[in-house]
Design a protein around this ligand. Structure first.
Ligand SMILES: [Zn+2]
Length: 329
């Protein structure tokens, strides 16, 4: 169990750090009193105040991680990081809030899924946390339950357009779900890939014995992301409901988002460090026997390097609004 946050009654003075403010960065001091920033500038220690030498360090607001799957049961296994280890790692990197995907599994209500996630996280986190609510199926009961989930403080849902027979929802269901979230003032994040065609290509690859990590990327090509985003925005053109695209991985997908925006649809987008920094050379070659490449299996997969620059540019100019890790290992 993790002990409650310590309140330093006498305050803390961070000295000689690179203080990062919205409009400038300068070397100076920052005083914390009663858990909030009391003042910044060139400050002298006060009586009884704890001081920390921050020379050579940046003093930044804590990061907010928008996308984790801590301790997620999936396909017969469970992700390695739980709320204790995952939030500890996050804190080491300067992240002070995580938003994890509480997940409703088949046959469950969202309340049951959410209760399980609260149990995993309670007294087990080093930092603040919140939840999105991920759906793995769609029916009238789940639709009527959305209002109480929103009333309970969760304003963001997640829908998968991939993982056929496991989590995938199709356009009629997406339309129905978005109609309800719009009525409730909630938002929905979408995993955008063409799940039906992925299923076809995965079956083909297996039948041919093409099961090495290298083949993973060929079962989920960039056009499947672009197509799914276009399909999603076709639904949204009818509704104009609040929504966003999670883990955008391709220049093609970004183009589809920009096209939707230019037609008046308000869609925002998240990308991930892996799509900005890594590329599909990590999967080795077709003939490669090296199973090390399995470490880079993720969905969507790593892409050709040519996708990176448009994603960086998209972040720089505000076409992509935020970065989350999709930490799921
Ligand atoms: Zn995810």
């Amino acid at each position: 169990m993790i002990v409650d946050k310590k309140n330093d009654a006498t305050g803390v003075l961070l000295r000689n750090g690179h203080i990062v403010l919205p409009d400038k960065t300068y070397v100076g001091d920052l005083r914390i009193r009663d858990g909030v920033i009391a003042e910044t500038g060139q400050l002298e220690p006060e009586e009884g105040e704890r001081t920390l030498d921050c020379s050579g360090c940046y003093v930044l607001p804590g990061g907010i991680e928008t996308h984790t799957h801590l301790q997620l049961e999936s396909m017969g296994t469970v992700t390695a990081d739980d709320f204790e280890t995952g939030t500890r790692a996050a804190l080491y990197g300067g992240t002070t809030t995580v938003l994890d995907f509480a997940t409703q599994f088949h046959g469950e209500s969202m309340a049951e899924g959410l209760a399980r996630w609260h149990k995993k996280a309670e007294n087990n986190c080093y930092i603040d946390y919140g939840f999105h609510m991920a759906l793995t199926e769609w029916n009238a009961d789940l639709k009527s339950e959305m209002a109480s989930i929103v009333e309970g403080g969760i304003s963001s849902f997640k829908i998968y357009m991939a993982y056929k027979n496991n989590m995938m929802l199709q356009e009629d269901e997406i339309y129905d779900a978005l109609s309800e979230t719009k009525r409730l003032g909630a938002t929905v994040g979408f995993h955008c890939e063409n799940g039906l065609l992925i299923d076809v290509l995965v079956k083909e690859a297996k039948a041919r014995g093409n099961t090495s990590p290298w083949y993973h990327q060929w079962t989920r090509p960039p056009v499947f992301e672009e197509e799914a985003i276009t399909r999603l925005e076709t639904v949204n053109a009818l509704l104009h409901a609040d929504h966003y695209v999670v883990h955008l991985s391709t220049a093609d997908g970004l183009d589809a988002i920009l096209k939707a925006r230019s037609s008046g649809i308000d869609v925002i987008a998240e990308t991930c460090p892996q799509y900005l920094l890594l590329d599909n050379t990590r999967y080795g070659t077709e003939m490669s026997e090296d199973f090390e490449a399995a470490k880079y299996i993720m969905s969507p997969p790593l892409r050709d390097k040519s996708h990176q620059e448009p994603l960086w540019d998209g972040l720089a100019c505000g076409d992509i609004q935020f970065v989350g890790t999709d930490h799921c290992s």
